[in-house]
Design a protein around this ligand. Sequence first.
Ligand SMILES: NC(=O)NCCC[C@H](N)C(=O)O
Length: 401
Amino acid sequence: MYVDSEVSRLHTVLLHRPGKELARLTPRNSGSLLFDGIPWVGRAQEEHDGFAEALRARGVEVLYLDRLLAETLAVPAARAELTAGVLADRRLGDGLRAGVAAYLADQDPDRLAEVLIAGLAHEEVKPGGGSLVYEMLQPNDFVIDPLPNLLFTRDSSVWVGDRVAVTSLAMRARRRETTLTHAVYRYHPRFAGTELLYEPALEHVEGGDVLVLAPEVLAIGVGERTTPAGAERLARRVLSAGLAHTVLAVPIAQERATMHLDTVCTMVDADAVVMYPIVADTLRAWTITAGAGDELMVRPPRPFLEAAAEAMGIDHLRVIDTGLDPVTAEREQWDDGNNTLAIAPRLCVAYERNVETNAQLEYAGIEVVRIRGSELGSGRGGPRCMSCPIKRAPLRESGPG
Ligand SMILES: NC(=O)NCCC[C@H](N)C(=O)O
């Protein structure tokens, strides 16, 4: 397990194939569950399988979060922790809590993993004794909330060097996701001995805001999801662990269209980004380095592209624009045109629908593996959001794409 860049050859990635949790979305709950539409579940699964196949065809090992979770639940301590987590929900009341506890205790690890991801509706559970809560709930109300955004594995954990940061998700609909990733990284044998860089109880940081610009250089977006306190905490941790010499804190607009830094900027080569033109000249960055003792040195903001190039030790960070004109750029940014996943330098996966941005990438010498994503995109995330790289070749050893 090792990640020191956004673009070096990708060996292992963590995905989540969307399942029954997507079928929980309705026009009434999709807004609070952070989806902009009601996805066609079967087609979303086909699109996701196409994504996974595109990665496998290029030598990438694909791990699935639901499999890892089921294997993790075979460990009694993990099962106890995750079960206790959902039972602690104060909305349940004692009667329903006992009913849900009995239901969960009956499930094998595979089904328990499914329940923890897809949630549990009122009509699926029958408490034995009296439960006012159960009586007063509507049949479609959730007893355990579904996690449709687990699809976006980028946000719930981030690898930096040989450590993993289990993040602290800001939106209520997503908070429980990190109880799952936290358990997987601590109990699954594949990750035995991995040190955690960050934990869900800390200040808010989401993985879509964290870009490993180069070995020992991180950019952290600060906006709707990651707070200044979260960026400061993560910066302190990576600097003191020797995993970074420089961290850039990059304010982004607190809007849905730009919820994470990776919605406006992703890397496609060791010295190139695809970026939303409207922000290219206005993005700024505070530069954070280690000071004396435990102190941080925080330098005042300056243009992001300049600060990044200097920290990365390059003359210039090349910028490839989203779209061609402002309207196309706005449309394609919304549809995750900026949200590419690099498999190797100059080789990336992108949604096929972002025709102009993909053409711009190719014009700049980047090979684009196009995938379908009309249903997946209804959750507002693209290939980078849907993937958590766990192992990449060290950047210095990475060949061309
Ligand atoms: N890194 C990303 O930009 N992830 C996309 C997350 C989309 C999800 N529906 C959310 O609102 O959190």
